[in-house]
Design a protein around this ligand. Structure first.
Ligand code: IMP
Length: 417
């Protein structure tokens, strides 16, 4: 019986998990997603080709790996079909993509509800990706959701669509919804095309583990967007932390091996909500420009700030990390000095990340010397310029977790170990 390893983001998403999964995937037989949907935008760059994955796990470039979309995800069938077509067009064998029968289906009325909810929140809008993720999870919890298992039963499927669409009709004034017939027709077509990919998700994954296959579990978003432990309500609809892999895939904690946390060398977030280390000045703009910090799903400029070790320690606890991968260290070349947030205060009291949204929160900043050398050609952590080495060592120390890899550029080879 093998154990599954997990790779998760430990900030607000966009840490660069996709390329880390791509790198590790050669050692695995299955790469599995456990939560989220096409709100995620995982990018992998291979030579001149840029792969933008939304729901298909980032192991696609290992031709041996099966790609499993687990039961904890919410999947837009049309979006998945488009993604499969895009992958097939560049020669990728998409028969390797399997979907759990327990995964939930995202339909047009979910996206419409997402937009309507955001409008109703006005100035307190969450800044969602507008993909209907929250409403699809709300349906799951309300027990009105449609699963991929329902695809095999056309009458059940049509009844559920009818019920859900009409229940929402009055709530969604101002939104144009496709008719019941249109939704049912398109979903039936998608169901037919996807039927060969749908598997009994529990039997599938446990069968792999019992046969000693190596399974890599890929997180989406990041710990600080977790629906229970992130900056609620400015969070996504799913449990993004490592424990979510257990519930999202139907495996127990004893089935987990390593838990690798991916952390960007500074912080970014898209959408609203607390961001204690945010830089609203020219330095924040410089980070955005140097790091190309614009959303992959929505194109929105990302909010940028210093590395936040208080948030990092919180995420290490939530995930039980065994090691760290630091991404985008090269982006920090050229900054004269670099701040790291080491703690939060409310008045005279030191407070934990749970207080991130409290009015009057102050951050404690530590300054580290910057470096001017480009890092793109460095291949070992020991060969980094001394100031960059000290920066990585400080992250390691503040998060009490060893760093096993640092990314120093966008190419697959630009990694220091
Ligand atoms: P939702 O997941 O579309 O409901 O959006 C909820 C919050 O999560 C918003 O702040 C989004 O910007 C954020 N979010 C969702 N997916 C991602 C992601 O893949 N990267 C970064 N932020 C994300």
């Amino acid at each position: 019986m093998s154990k599954a390893d997990i790779i998760v983001g430990i900030q607000w998403g966009d840490e660069g998990k996709g390329r880390v999964v791509d790198l590790y995937t050669k050692d695995y037989d299955v790469v599995a997603r456990f939560g989220g949907g096409d709100n995620a935008g995982h990018q992998i760059k291979v030579g001149d080709t840029e792969l933008a994955l939304r729901i298909v796990p980032s192991g696609v470039l290992n031709p041996r790996a099966e790609l499993f979309i687990g039961g904890g995800t919410v999947v837009n069938p049309q979006g998945l079909l488009d993604e499969l077509d895009r992958l097939a067009a560049i020669g990728i064998d998409t028969s390797r993509v399997k979907i759990s029968d327990r995964a939930h289906v995202v339909l047009p009325y979910h996206a419409a509800a997402d937009r309507a909810n955001e409008r109703a929140r006005g100035a307190n809008a969450i800044g969602t990706t507008g993909r209907g993720i929250g409403p699809a999870y709300a349906d799951k919890v309300a027990r009105t959701g449609i699963t991929f298992a329902d695809f095999a039963q056309p009458t059940v499927l049509a009844d559920k669509v009818r019920m859900n669409r009409s229940a929402r009709e009055t709530l969604l004034e101002g939104e144009t919804l496709p008719s019941e017939e249109e939704i049912v027709a398109s979903i039936r077509e998608a169901a037919a095309r996807l039927s060969s990919h749908v598997v009994d998700g529990v039997a599938y994954l446990h069968g792999k583990l019992e046969n000693d296959k190596r399974v890599l579990i890929e997180g989406a978003q990041g710990a600080l967007l977790d629906v229970g432990y992130g900056t609620y309500p400015y969070v996504t609809g799913s449990h993004t932390i490592a424990g979510g892999a257990c519930t999202g895939l139907g495996i127990g904690p004893t089935a987990i091996g390593r838990v690798i946390g991916v952390v960007k060398a500074y912080c970014t977030r898209v959408g609203g909500g607390p961001f204690p280390s945010e830089l609203l000045d020219a330095t924040g703009e410089a980070l955005r420009a140097a790091g190309g910090e614009f959303g992959t799903v929505t194109g929105r400029p990302r909010r940028c700030g210093w590395f936040d070790a208080q948030a990092g320690r919180y995420a290490v606890r939530l995930n039980g990390l065994t090691s760290l991968v630091v991404t985008k260290l090269d982006v920090l070349s050229g900054f004269e000095r670099l701040g790291i947030v080491t703690g939060y205060r409310l008045g005279a009291s030191a407070v934990d990340f749970g207080a991130a949204g409290s009015p009057g929160l102050e951050v404690e900043l530590e300054w580290l010397e910057g470096w001017s050398e480009p890092l793109g050609d460095v291949r070992s952590i020991g060969a980094l310029p001394p100031a960059a080495r000290r920066y990585v060592a400080r992250i390691e120390e503040l998060l009490s977790t060893p760093v096993e890899l640092v990314s120093v550029g966008r190419e697959r080879t630009q990694l220091a170990r």
